[in-house]
Design a protein around this ligand. Sequence first.
Ligand code: NAD
Length: 260
Amino acid sequence: MKRFENKVVVITGAGSGLGHAAAVRIAEEGAKLVLVDLNSDGLKKTEETITQKIPTSEILLVTANVAEESEVKKYVDATIEKFGTIDGFFNNAGIEGKQNLTEDFGTDEFDKVVSVNLNGVFYGLKHVLKVMKEKGQGSIVNTASVGGIRGVGNQSGYAASKHGVVGLTRNSAIEYGQYGISIKAIAPGAIMTPMVEASLKQIDEENWEEVGKEFVQPNPMKRFGKPEEVAALVAFLLSDESQFVHAAVIPIDGGQSYKY
Ligand code: NAD
């Protein structure tokens, strides 16, 4: 399948986890890629993985902090300068933050998580939508979470920011559908990425793998999701095949969020 030939796709958080997996998948389907992350070493690893598989890939790396609007504008401007357009946008960078009861959560920690997960997604939408509206087409996938559609606990900043991502998704979908722009969110459950590994290590640094096995027992599929499974969904949602899937928030969680 080559759904992204002659298309330009921007991916934030592309230096690890879901962003890395989506970059590889979408490159395999022919896209020109702009990969954005705070971590330039992670970005280089993603580029290496892609160029080993597809030596002809066209890739622009941009080290940027999505929590700073000026840096978001920088990656959008760099994309236009290099490739002249944006067809797809995976607005994905995010952090979990420290787990704690609300009373102990910490105002600075709350602000930090919200500034990356919510402000970062808003800035991305603001600057990318302008480009797509002029063009009269485009696809956007925002990364929410099951923590954006259900209560999880001990995650004030994460829950607030991911519920906010769902709100931003629905709001901009209502505004921009008429301009040919399809906007949706994914709500992943526990997918085994460095973020989840770090989260399990917060519970038990030494025995985190055992903690992980216990953690997935309540899941109907009794396992973690794979980044490649999320990447396949994101590729579909960014492709022309799914344009009428709009304003939707799609769980990818082994059924967990539907369990009573
Ligand atoms: P990850 O930690 O493996 O990757 C996240 C990437 O985002 C990292 O490369 C990191 O450097 C980058 N990043 C963090 N802050 C940034 C910033 N301010 N500016 C630019 N880049 C920044 O995590 P992941 O699991 O791949 O998570 C990706 C997204 O998926 C996040 O939004 C996360 O909340 C969401 N999510 C993940 C899971 C899961 O189980 N893995 C579940 C639900 C939602």
